[in-house]
Design a protein around this ligand. Structure first.
Ligand code: PLP
Length: 392
């Protein structure tokens, strides 16, 4: 049986592949320090878990409206009001099976064949593939560490063509941890208005900022109606397995997304919807605790990285990732292994140091690796000790 062309070139998610590799090693009783994960190592807030259990016992286990129940959409609207002074009607909010599914549905709703969507690089792994699945073309806008991954109107103009229909922004950023400043966001806003294009604004790490300010681009002049804001409960409330994400934007776009969902997923999980309402309403304290812990771990990782002279690092102000440049080691040999790229380097760390990281090539930068700090300080120290033993 022949496979469709769109699937033949589609790689599986490299982040999930690394996590499977770690699980395999652990099944063989090999201890691995995992800096590869992209999910908080915290429990779902009790209030959310209890609401999930109550939903089951109350029999709230049937189909719901495709774009999520009204009560959840209202809680999301309230969140936007509280966090960003943005007013959305419930008809301007849609809930899907995780932010990943919502993003895919948004690209499917907004892109025609051969449209171009700008993707600032390094980028979250799924954007280019999702844009391609929607028939469009991802056009990369290179950003660099020395500019703290900000970019200017001139850089944007260089990658804009008559086929450009929009841009996807992610701040705080996976994998760099960078947080867009107002100057960058204002440049994007002015550009979007000038070219009459959309902005998909993925703020899934919005709460994870360390001394930086997160700004939602929809709050800038003339931007509310050309922005589709995407967010979810996965990272904010340590609810990755519950699979609830959402988008807010113009009603006709949101209706189109909901329509697509009605034909693909029917609805997001009913129990998870009830749990998410409680998380959004009462989860603030657990978020604060989590961010405090991440902030102190971030300091530990920064200090460790500064001891590794071969690692060039920025000071990420958000998310829970570092994205150091390790190209210093390329062209050389370590423990009898040739190191020529980020995959070689990640494999070296996994096989020799028993530390899992992700190769930067999957995020569009082969000179870097992604390290996450969703593990205890003891584990972080242990992991770096093992890395230093291998790198000498
Ligand atoms: C930037 C970014 N957007 C979206 C997602 C998807 O989140 P969810 O688990 O809600 O699908 C992730 C998950 O890693 C992410 O890093």
């Amino acid at each position: 049986m022949n496979l469709a062309e769109r699937i033949k070139s589609l790689p599986s998610s490299p982040t999930l592949a690394m996590s499977a590799k770690v699980k395999q090693l652990r099944a063989q009783k090999i201890a691995v320090v995992d800096f590869g994960l992209g999910e908080p190592d915290f429990s779902t807030p009790d209030c959310a878990s209890k609401a999930g259990i109550e939903a089951i016992t109350a029999g709230f286990t049937r189909y719901t409206p495709s774009g999520g129940i009204k009560e959840l959409r209202e809680a999301i609207a309230e969140k936007f009001r509280k966090d960003a002074c943005l007013a959305y009607d419930v008809s301007e909010i849609v809930v899907g099976c995780g932010a990943k599914h919502v993003l895919y549905s948004v690209f499917m709703a907004l892109c025609n064949p051969n449209d171009e969507v700008i993707v600032p690089s390094p980028y979250w792994v799924s954007y280019p593939d999702q844009i391609q699945l929607a028939g469009a073309v991802p056009v990369f806008l290179p950003r660099c560490r020395d500019d703290n991954y900000q970019f200017s109107a001139e850089q944007l103009d260089k990658v804009t063509s008559e086929r450009t229909v929009g841009i996807v922004l992610n701040t705080p950023c996976n994998p760099t941890g960078a947080v867009y400043n107002e100057k960058t966001l204002e440049a994007v806003a002015a550009w979007a208005v000038k070219h009459d294009v959309f902005v998909v604004f993925d703020e899934i790490y919005e709460k994870f900022v360390y001394g930086a300010k997160h700004t939602n681009i929809a709050t800038l002049d003339s931007m509310r109606d050309r922005t589709i804001v995407v967010n979810g409960v996965s990272k904010t409330y340590a609810m990755t397995g519950w699979r609830i994400g959402y988008a807010a934007g113009q009603k006709h776009v949101i209706s189109a997304v909901e329509n697509l969902m009605s034909q693909t997923t029917s609805n997001p999980n009913s129990i998870a919807q009830k749990a998410s309402i409680e998380a959004l309403k009462k989860g603030d304290e657990s978020v604060r605790n989590m961010v405090e812990v991440f902030s102190s771990r971030r300091g530990v990782v920064l200090a460790e990285l500064q001891e590794l002279s071969g690692f060039k690092c920025s000071h990420p102000l958000g998310a829970f990732y570092f994205f150091p440049d390790v190209s210093h080691y390329y062209g050389g040999e370590i423990r009898g292994r040739k190191i020529n790229n980020s995959v070689d380097f990640a494999n070296l760390l996994l096989d020799e140091a028993k530390v899992a990281v992700l190769p930067g090539c999957v995020f569009g930068d082969d000179n870097a690796i992604r390290l996450s700090y969703v593990t205890s300080v003891d584990n972080i120290k242990k992991g770096f000790k093992q890395i230093k033993e291998v790198l000498g």
